[in-house]
Design a protein around this ligand. Structure first.
Ligand code: XMP
Length: 513
């Protein structure tokens, strides 16, 4: 975090979701970006030597009491600035223009007209659609600024002062509903701020590899693998940096889906030829789960057992002091503390044992999830790992309602495999946040041939979501549901009924436990 190797842009945060999206878009323009709080000091900005600042949008009105404002000296550093929406209004107000609640709100796709010469709209059509979402409007640009675009409701929809290198747009160039948004951002980055598009996959990987080498020197490192994309990518990156000095530990708690342990073996031991300790702890976990029905108790039991197994392995590898964690940039932003390890370990079974004396190696801590996937792909990880849907640490145990046993695990594993296969076959896998099966703790009556059956139902759950905080049940095509249902009932012994969960989060959760 200390070094900014490429040209970099600091996104000043006036609303976390806005800032995050802008930071991602800037990186898609191949310019490294980081998010800083709205009250970042001019000294801190100078220390980081960014090529540009972007003031994000945000939910506030510049008129609200306690509305967040940046340090006024940021405008005098000679660093190019782009203000977006709320950021645009801040610039207008702080530099002597006028912002008013005109009563005209603009929301959604809006026609924009470029007026006069403009760097931001260089080589772009004079009329274009942009995405607006604002109540207040800039009605007068500050002295020294020229108005470069207007809309029906915004007399200053865009403004610029090339001498001071300060630019503002009322609309949101970062959203996909502004078709030329990326071009406008690129014009700002490349033309106004002289940034070079050097933040590429190759440079991301080189930087991470170099930092890991620098951090760990000749020491040995341990990495827990879960089968997910984050730990897999982190492991492969660290392996690239230190080779055989890395040992990966995969604790198979027996609560994985079909094929996952084999996939870990194939990928890491056979393909990448990495040191892999595969701990087969299925029986141990099942024993500990005997009689446990409470969902939180399951999590606790699995989490504790996981740590115990991990500690045992670590103790055997006596001289290992470094532990790889797949912490991502959003974990760091959201913690607000810069101490991502703590959050992760609480949320994730399979996180690090807290009282263990490891130094953390976090090669993904600067990256967004889509960048991690791209790095994973670039490093040759298989598609099944790179694009795997999220899977909870406690695994199938929290998708089996009631007590977990080997027979229920078999049923759920087979049913789940069918769900995933059919979702993939329908081309829906990447469009869904998660799609999986659940085994409830009830049996129902059915009829098969001439025989009455009394067997388990399986629940199918498929949701769309951006971040798992909210989720909507997926409107799966009937044909897909039909195939899933037919196949589960025909192919999975012990199941005679399939139901589809049509609840959203909230009030339901994604998992059933
Ligand atoms: P819920 O069920 O709360 O899940 O809507 C939100 C997201 O978190 C995942 N999840 C977990 N992940 N350990 C994890 O590592 C857990 O105990 C856990 N519980 C839920 C869930 O799969 C979904 O993506």
């Amino acid at each position: 975090m200390e070094k900014l190797p490429n040209d970099s842009v600091l996104v000043v945060d006036f609303g976390a979701q806005y800032a995050k999206l802008i930071a991602r878009r800037v990186r898609e323009c191949k310019v490294y970006s980081e998010i800083v709080p709205h009250n970042v000091t001019p000294q801190e900005v100078r220390r980081r030597k960014p090529k540009a600042l972007i003031f994000s949008g945000g939910p506030s009105s510049v008129y609200q009491e306690n509305a967040p404002v940046p340090h006024p000296e940021l405008m005098d550093l000679g660093i190019p600035i782009l203000g977006i929406c709320y950021g645009h209004q801040l610039l207008a107000r702080m530099l002597g223009g006028r912002v008013e609640a005109t009563g005209v709100r603009e929301y959604g796709g809006t026609d924009l007209r470029v007026v006069g010469e403009s760097l931001l709209f260089h080589d772009l059509p004079a009329e274009q659609k942009v995405w607006m979402s604002h109540g207040d409007s800039v009605t007068e640009a500050p002295p020294g600024f020229r108005v470069t675009a207007v809309t029906a409701g915004s007399p200053v929809a865009a403004m610029e002062n090339p001498d001071r290198r300060i630019y503002g747009v009322q609309f949101h160039p970062e959203v996909v509903h502004t078709p030329h948004g990326m071009d406008i951002l690129k014009n700002f980055l490349y033309l106004a701020a002289d940034c070079l598009p050097t933040w590429t996959m190759v440079s991301i990987i080189e930087k991470a590899v170099e930092e890991v080498r620098e951090q760990v020197g000749d020491n040995r490192i341990i990495c827990g693998l879960s089968g997910g994309v984050d730990s897999a990518t982190a492991a492969v990156l660290v392996h690239k940096a230190v080779g055989d000095r890395l040992t990966c530990v995969f604790v198979d708690h027996g609560l994985m889906r079909k094929g996952e342990p084999e996939q870990v073996e194939d990928t890491f031991r056979r393909h990448f030829r990495m040191n892999l300790i595969h701990v087969k702890a299925q029986d141990r976990f099942l024993r500990r789960l005997k009689g446990v029905v409470d969902p939180e108790m399951k999590r606790k039991v699995i989490g504790e057992e996981f740590i115990r197994v991990f500690e045992e392995v670590a103790r055997e590898l006596k001289d290992v002091r470094y532990l790889v964690q797949g912490t991502l940039y959003p974990d760091i932003i959201e913690s607000g503390t810069g101490d991502a390890a703590k959050i992760k370990s609480h949320h994730n079974v399979g996180g690090l044992p807290e009282d263990m004396d490891f130094i953390l190696v976090e090669p993904l801590r600067d990256l967004f999830k889509d960048e991690v996937r791209a790095v994973g792909e670039e490093l040759g990880l298989p598609e099944e790992i790179v694009w795997r849907q999220p899977f909870p640490g406690p695994g199938l145990a929290i998708r089996i309602i009631g007590e977990v046993d080997a027979e229920k695990l078999r049923i759920l594993r087979e049913a789940d495999e069918i769900v995933v296969e059919e979702i993939k076959r329908a081309g829906l896998y990447r469009k869904l946040w998660q799609s999986f099966a659940i085994l409830p703790d009830i049996k129902t009556v059915g009829v098969m041939g001439d025989e009455r059956t009394y067997a388990y139902p399986v629940i199918v759950r498929a949701v769309t979501s951006e971040d798992a905080m909210t989720a909507d049940w997926a409107r799966l095509p009937y044909e897909v549901l039909e195939r899933i249902s037919n196949r589960i009932i025909n192919e999975v012994d012990g199941v005679n009924r399939v139901a589809y969960d049509i609840s959203s989060k909230p009030p339901a959760t994604i998992e059933w436990e």
